[in-house]
Ligand binder design. Structure first.
Ligand code: E4P
Length: 217
């Protein structure tokens, strides 16, 4: 399972990258705004900086919603770097655009997926990734992991090549459950990734080893 970090914060991207486990980065307009990245040139430059930091798929999201505009915007994003994956929303014009990008050699990540039907459409259009938002589904009282399981099963039965990218991760446990269910990728905030490190028995055990080591020095 690939690990992507879900942020536009360069320090956090560096920290995850330095850990040696990072396979890519996802961003979205909200995450860019959170970092104060404003204006087309600044946005483009920020994506370029991320691409130079991490050698893996970097999702850059379009803000257009009409087919022709999505294509124009996506082409500009894809031209920034070979590793850019154009992130396209799950809307009618978005599906049409994903098919166009697929036919023209541009990789896509279909975002804002909340149902198996949407995931089937994204796969049919040739998206490289489908991003079901598990945390937001949980927030609305449904079960995000159930959707991951359903999409993984459908893609497996149908032989679709689209990779299931579990997004909107809220906890280390979400990452573990996504791995158990066969998600191909998770994209997570840094704190949930680092949360995987933690176990009180590890801390207690290490403290004891270090204490005992002093006895033999
Ligand atoms: C996915 O690529 C999205 O950027 C992200 O995972 C959304 O997460 P959120 O629901 O925490 O905003």
């Amino acid at each position: 399972m690939k690990f992507f970090i879900d942020t536009a914060n360069l320090a956090q991207i560096k920290e995850a990258h330095d850990l040696g486990i990072l396979d890519g980065v996802t961003t979205n307009p909200s995450l860019m705004a959170k970092e104060g990245i404003k204006g087309n040139e600044a946005v483009m430059n920020h994506y370029k900086t991320i691409c130079e930091m991490v050698d893996g798929d970097i999702s850059a999201e379009v803000i257009s919603t009409k087919f022709e505009d999505i294509i124009e915007e996506g082409k500009k994003l894809a031209a920034i770097h070979k590793n850019i994956v154009v992130k396209v929303p799950m809307i009618k014009d978005g599906v049409k655009a994903i098919k166009w990008f697929t036919d023209n050699g541009i990789a896509t990540n279909c975002t804002l997926c909340f149902s198996a039907g949407q995931a089937i459409l994204a796969a049919k259009a040739g998206a490289r990734y489908i991003s079901p938002f598990i945390g937001r589904i949980d927030d609305s009282g449904w079960d995000g992991m159930q959707l991951i399981a359903q999409i993984v099963q459908i893609y497996d039965i149908q032989g679709y090549e689209t990779q299931v990218l579990a997004a909107s991760i809220r906890s280390p446990n979400h990452i573990i459950q996504a791995a158990e269910l066969g998600a191909h990728v998770i994209t997570s905030p840094l704190d949930s990734i680092l949360g995987l490190l933690k176990h009180p028995l590890t801390d207690i055990g290490l403290a004891k080893f270090l204490e005992d080591a002093k006895k033999s020095q």
